[in-house]
Design a protein around this ligand. Structure first.
Ligand code: HEM
Length: 427
């Protein structure tokens, strides 16, 4: 067993959180080169942390040794959302997953098909008649409407005031969550954090009211699930409607439209429109290069190893999806957008991605995410051509809290049926 490269530094003084939060990609790239290893040590949130940037290491942590690397019950997510599946371990987590997964699969998922289509139509049908669009904001509004409609039965056309109130509360709640991690001295006390807690209390009131009175849709099903504590349903609903999920959905849709924008990508758009298999590969490549979340944390519950490096009990480990997805051992030309790799050299290797987690604790919303993203992308491909407008915008990315363009990017959309490229498709 060899010792991990890198330095966990002294408490507080050696902490590298700010550097990481400013530029997590640059942080990892610099150390990958310095240590010549895709697994190394640093100090984050004032704790010695192992950063895992290889496919092999990620699979060890999330899959093969998933009973050793556990979720952290003291994670900040617990302060914001209460005890939810996200920070639970062992048998309780297994039972919760079993119950909650039933809400996002099979008949439940099928019953949402029409909602997915109608929410996409409503947001995307008039793109060509407006000014160039800030794509991330456009898709975030789309994701928010999807989430609040599916999970809470609150739709802007039916309940405009309540819809507005909930979106504002979710944003305040979220800002408390992201303002806290970098505040090392007083981690849980800042004005942003207390506003966030107030927002959470009001959201919980709305959610409890819905759980008591709405008997249809996901709220109704959740209310009748056999869950361990009475508060469990409302805490999970709070998690499901959090600003986190619309941001992640918007991130994927933004990356998709940017990767396929402009006349130079016209052939790719046409191919994706005609071949569902190619669209699948495109979306895998979007997930690989621009995963919405930078990664996830675990804690070792006993002395163990990652890639042969010794890892002591109690060690915090973080897998970094951006870096894992660019591991050259698995992905040749890792920085290039090459959708055909998924029918060529990387065929059948979707399980080596961690955009939606990996192993037994992967994302329970993965199939819903897949259906929604495919519906939205198919709608765009069928109805529009699109390009950066103006063409010379800064397309660099930031990665936290969710990956997206560093500055608002604008695209203009041209209807295919107006240009004659798709004369027979219904409007
Ligand atoms: C683009 C959309 C999404 C992305 C990128 C995403 C990403 C992820 C990732 C990376 C994890 C694993 C975290 C870890 O390993 O620590 C995860 C877990 C989870 N996701 Fe998602 N997710 C998305 C959508 C959703 C949706 C729509 C739901 C459903 C409401 C959802 C619910 C969950 C839950 C409950 C977990 C925790 C699972 C567990 O701990 O066993 N996610 N997600």
């Amino acid at each position: 067993m060899s010792e991990l490269p890198g330095n966990a530094g002294y408490p507080v003084l050696g902490d590298r959180s700010l550097e990481f939060y400013k530029d997590p990609v640059g942080f990892c790239d610099h150390r990958l080169e310095k240590h010549n290893s895709r697994v190394f040590r640093s100090r984050l949130l004032n704790k010695p942390t192992v950063l895992v940037c290889s496919v092999r290491g990620m699979r060890e942590v999330l899959h093969e040794k998933s009973s050793v690397f556990l979720k952290d019950p003291t994670d900040l997510m617990t302060n914001m959302y209460g005890d939810t599946l996200v920070t639970t371990n062992g048998e309780e987590a297994c039972l919760l997953r079993l119950s909650l997964s039933s809400l996002f699969t099979g008949a439940c998922l099928e019953s949402w098909n029409n909602d997915l289509i109608s929410v996409c139509e409503r947001h995307l049908q008039a793109l060509s008649s407006s000014e160039p669009q800030c794509v991330y904001s456009l898709f975030k509004a789309l994701g928010t409407e999807l989430v609040l409609g599916l999970f809470l039965n609150v739709r802007p056309d039916e309940h405009p005031q309540l819809y507005q109130e909930i979106t504002e509360l979710c944003t305040q709640h979220w800002h408390g969550l992201i303002s806290a991690p970098v505040s090392l001295k007083v981690p849980l006390w800042s004005s942003g954090f207390s506003t966030a807690l107030e927002a959470r209390d009001r959201l919980m009131e709305i959610i409890k009211d819905k759980l008591e009175n709405d008997k249809h849709g996901l709220v109704g099903s959740l209310g009748s699930l056999p869950l361990p504590h009475p508060i469990c349903a409302s805490q999970h609903l709070l998690l499901f409607i959090s600003a986190l999920i619309p941001k992640a959905l918007a991130s994927l849709l933004t990356s998709f439209t940017l990767a396929l924008s402009g006349p130079q990508q016209e052939k790719m758009r046409q191919r994706a429109k005609a071949e569902p298999e190619f669209l699948r590969c495109l979306l895998l490549e979007v997930q690989r290069l621009w995963p919405p979340f930078i990664g996830g944390r675990r804690i070792a519950n006993k002395d163990t190893t990652i890639e042969g490096f010794s890892v002591p009990r109690g060690q915090v480990v973080m897998y970094v999806s951006h870096a894992v997805h660019r591991d050259p051992e698995v992905f040749q030309q890792p920085d290039h957008f090459l959708p055909d790799r998924w029918t060529g050299r990387n065929a059948g290797q979707e399980h080596l991605l961690c955009c939606l987690g990996n192993g037994p604790r992967n994302c329970i919303g993965d199939t819903l995410t897949d259906s929604f993203v495919k519906t939205a992308c198919s709608y765009l491909l069928t109805h529009y051509d699109w390009a950066l407008d103006p063409p010379d915008q800064n397309t660099s990315y930031k990665w936290l809290p969710a990956s997206r363009p560093a500055e608002p990017l604008h695209l203009s959309f041209t209807r295919l049926d107006q240009t004659g490229s798709c004369p027979t498709h219904p409007q």
